[in-house]
Design a protein around this ligand. Structure first.
Ligand code: HPA
Length: 269
């Protein structure tokens, strides 16, 4: 496994026009940010040795090397989800490669269902901590020597980056919530009983991504910042039907606010 990570990193190093220390996973809500990247090199995942192969038709995505706000960055357009059938090792393989090529800070976004009764649809939530309710930990198995066997998870999300996000949101007059992101394996949305249970456990939002990537990033010593768009609400008094289309619609509406905060954070961090 480690050999394959090193091999991929070595291959990428021959293609990299710059040496970015910042990476962004362009999850839900950050699609527009991609348009603002001055792209220098775009590499489809299919061309990258050892990268997971797409489980669905069409291409899974690409790595983009370029500049955002004058800063060298690496962006992942398209991510691998556990519910698509990828193993945890596949889902997190790109993060391990990022570490080898010198990435120090990772920005992630996602769409999530709000379980905190104070939240509304379209709210932005700065992720302050996470709960891994996926069936597996991506570090299971022989320890990959990029970090310790038993990594500390005390600051899964970097407190300084959270403070910076609060500062930027206040300057721009954008309302942001704080909360704990809980990840399930999906692909079902939650039953009302599950939403209520997750709220009791301390989750403020529930989704199907991010947690494996952040576990592996922390294993490698990469600092993380994440934001969720609250696209639907669960566990409240009445049962509300959720569709993927509703989630996409709410995410689209919130996208400009998320993009504004992330763009500024990347420029200043
Ligand atoms: N649950 C899980 N994942 C999600 C949700 C949800 O309610 N909304 C968007 N992604």
């Amino acid at each position: 496994m480690y050999e394959r990570i090193l091999e991929t990193a070595k291959w990428l190093q021959t293609k990299m026009p710059t040496h970015p220390e910042t990476a962004i996973i362009l999850g839900t809500g950050l699609g527009e940010l991609s348009k603002e990247i001055e792209k220098e090199v775009i590499i489809p995942y299919e061309e990258i040795p050892n990268f997971p192969v797409s489980t669905v038709e069409g291409h899974a995505g690409c790595l983009i090397f370029g500049k955002l706000g004058g800063k060298d960055i690496l962006a992942m357009e398209g991510r691998f989800h556990y519910y698509e059938g990828y193993s945890m090792k596949e889902v997190t393989f790109p993060i391990r490669v990022m570490h080898e090529i010198g990435i120090k800070t990772l920005f992630v976004s996602n769409a999530a269902g709000g379980t905190n009764p104070q939240f509304g649809i379209g709210d932005l939530m700065i992720i302050t901590d996470q709960i891994n309710f996926m069936p597996e930990n991506p570090l299971r198995g022989a320890n990959i020597p990029q970090g310790p066997r038993f990594p500390d998870m005390g600051h899964a999300y970097d407190p300084e980056l959270i403070a910076l996000a609060d500062e930027i949101a206040a300057e721009k007059n954008i309302l942001v919530r704080h909360g704990v992101y809980l990840a399930t394996q999906g692909p079902t949305y939650e039953t009302p009983a599950e939403y209520r249970m997750f709220a009791k456990w301390g989750g403020d939002a529930v989704g199907m991504s991010t947690v494996p990537e952040v576990i592996v990033a922390r294993h490698c010593g990469i600092r993380c910042f994440g934001m969720s768009i609250i696209t639907d609400l669960g566990g409240m008094a009445e049962v509300v039907k959720i569709t993927h289309e509703d989630v996409q619609k709410a995410a689209k509406e919130a996208q400009p606010r998320m993009t504004e905060i992330m763009r500024e954070m990347i420029a200043r961090s």
